[in-house]
Design a protein around this ligand. Structure first.
Ligand code: GDP
Ligand code: MN
Length: 392
């Protein structure tokens, strides 16, 4: 679960980080209240969307007067923000954050993520922070420092002080910097995060540090231990189909292709996606209906797949173990009837009750192509969207 900047800053403030207060605004009518609460301009008006790169995309604007603040708020609220992190469709801005602007002399980058190969948290930090960090990571990776963290003990004091000095931060502020890095790791561990990022972390004229932007993402597997943050989820920012699927115990992830996939088991679902790619196609989703899905859940899964207008063909790939092939067949038939399925449908069934499943399908008036292997199924689905058979 990702948080908005204004929420991430609330957590940072609770842990005593140097952040500016501000107000989240959903309607233009509330802008004046924000200006009243923080009467000292200039202000920064910032789009609140779950994506980075807002600055370059026109979602972060400085306002020097009340009037300018109202103008920038009206420009940003309701805009469709397109950044490399939003995808080409962009994100509709439904919330903004109004905060007093800060003068600074230097921008840095700091984050904590999990390093899976080292099996521990790692701090990534650079003296060259700000909006060009992706460029830096791509073209000058040596400018990004890595500090591996002992998960049981946290970041040691000496590591934190070394990092402060390595980043060229003011020597007389080493205690402040070291505490900030240690506390970032502390929050990462306390809240079971997958990411905490401050970019930019800035140096003020007097040498003090300040957090200008913040990103936090919870590891969903740890969210059960942090129920107080459950209401912080913003459904506006979540994929509607993913939310709907989770209500039916289906694990669904939107992808950007056009072949809808209905599969049982995460491994088979990934293998199916690979097979589709191999034959030159592109999956529209990952969907694991699980081991014990009912005909109702399968119907629901079909509805979710079909609610995506990009889907041009459907591939059902089931290996029946606990999940019985006849249940899947029933689900397919019910769903087809309910939603008026007209898209090309390829079905591959194997395993428990496969004969019963095939009989049910054969006895129906459903139009589909049966495939007896995964390769054949993937090839048929790709042919259905491209109109040509692929060789390999
Ligand atoms: P992002 O582009 O989504 O990462 O949004 P940020 O909050 O990081 O803002 C982008 C850029 O806007 C920063 O790197 C700064 O250069 C600038 N910026 C943001 N807040 C302030 C501020 O209070 N004062 C000044 N001078 N610049 C700011
Ligand atoms: Mn930023």
């Amino acid at each position: 679960m990702k948080l908005h900047e204004y929420q991430a800053k609330e957590i940072l403030a609770k842990y005593g980080f140097p952040v500016s207060p501000g107000m989240m605004v959903k309607h233009l009518g509330e802008v004046d209240e924000a200006l009243k609460r923080f009467p000292e301009g200039p202000w920064v008006v910032k789009a609140q969307v779950h994506a980075g790169g807002r600055g370059k995309a026109g979602g972060v604007k400085l306002a020097k007067s009340d009037q300018e603040a109202r103008q920038k708020a009206s420009d940003i609220l309701g805009m469709t923000l397109v950044s490399p992190q939003t995808g080409p469709a962009g994100k509709l801005v439904k919330k903004i954050f109004i905060t007093p602007a800060v003068d600074y002399v230097k921008e840095l980058y700091v984050s904590v993520v999990l390093d899976r190969s080292h099996r521990c948290p790692v701090i990534l930090a650079s003296a060259e922070g700000g909006t060009e960090i992706e460029e830096l990571a791509a073209h000058k990776p040596e400018a990004i420092q890595k500090v591996y963290v002992d998960a049981a003990q946290g970041l040691h004091g000496y590591q934190a002080r070394q990092l402060h000095l390595a980043l060229g931060l003011p020597k007389d502020k080493v205690a402040q910097g070291a505490k900030l890095f240690q506390d970032m790791v502390r929050i990462f561990m306390d809240l079971d995060l997958s990411l905490i990022e401050v970019n930019p972390l800035v140096v003020l004229k007097d040498g003090n540090l300040h957090c200008l932007d913040a990103k936090i993402a919870f590891d969903d597997n740890g969210l059960g231990r942090h129920k107080e943050y459950a209401p912080w989820r913003d459904p506006d920012e979540e994929d509607a189909r993913e939310l709907q699927a989770s209500e039916f115990g289906l694990s669904y992830i939107s992808l950007d292709g056009n072949i809808g996939c209905l599969v049982n088991g995460a491994g088979l679902a990934m293998a199916t996606a690979d097979a589709i790619q191999h034959f030159g196609g592109s999956p529209a989703n990952f969907l694991d209906v699980g081991g014990g899905a009912t005909a109702k859940a399968v119907t629901q899964a079909f509805k979710i797949i079909l609610s995506d207008s990009r889907v041009k063909a459907i591939l059902v790939n089931i290996f029946g173990g606990i999940m019985k092939c006849d249940v899947i067949a029933q689900g397919i038939l019910e769903a087809a009837k309910e939603v008026g399925l007209t898209l090309p449908l390829t079905i591959r069934l194997e395993g428990t009750n496969v004969e019963k499943g095939k009989e049910l399908l054969a006895a129906s008036d459903l139009k589909y192509q049966f495939a007896s292997s995964m390769d054949e199924a993937a090839r048929a689905a790709v042919a259905a969207v491209t109109g040509r058979n692929s060789g390999s």
